[in-house]
Ligand binder design. Structure first.
Ligand SMILES: [Zn+2]
Length: 149
């Protein structure tokens, strides 16, 4: 028997900000059969509550079933921006830098050991490997040594 091994990918779950959550209510009042009147979907709970008040005023019905729906997206953990100060590799310049922030379309990286920041494509940078970290650290130490009078 073969076992298939899947790489475990951690995801974060985020509400999709591009889609409005939906609130709705259905009147479940009635002795024999439910009334079944519906509020329709609203982007805010207040819209549903307003409909409930009006429906109760009109009919005397007092029991509702309410539903809330939203959209959620699963985001692989590696798509999250790195922590500030994390060492990342930029394939565009083939350099390792300390992640500073993402500003507009660019990720700002600072050379290890200090220096002028550069702009990288946030979609392409990735955590630096151990070898890349060491190499960047050594280069930074060398350039410091050279600069020293
Ligand atoms: Zn009703």
């Amino acid at each position: 028997m073969t076992r298939r091994v899947f790489r475990y990918v951690p995801f974060t779950i985020e509400q999709d900000q591009t889609a409005e959550p939906e609130y709705e209510a259905r009147c479940v009042s009635g002795d024999d059969a439910e009334c079944g009147a519906r509020s329709g979907t609203h982007g805010r709970p207040e819209g549903v509550e307003e409909w409930q008040r009006k429906h109760t005023q009109d009919t005397g019905h007092r029991r509702y079933r309410r539903n809330f729906g939203d959209y959620a997206v699963m985001r692989p953990a590696e798509e999250r921006p790195p922590e500030r100060g994390a060492l990342v590799y930029d394939p565009g310049t083939r350099r390792v830098g300390e992640y500073q922030a993402t500003v507009g379309p660019y990720a700002l990286l600072r050379p290890v050991g200090g220096g002028r920041e550069w702009e990288a494509d946030p979609g392409r940078i990735r955590p630096a490997t151990q070898a890349e970290r060491l190499s960047a650290g050594v280069k930074a130490a060398n350039s410091r040594a050279v600069r020293r009078p």
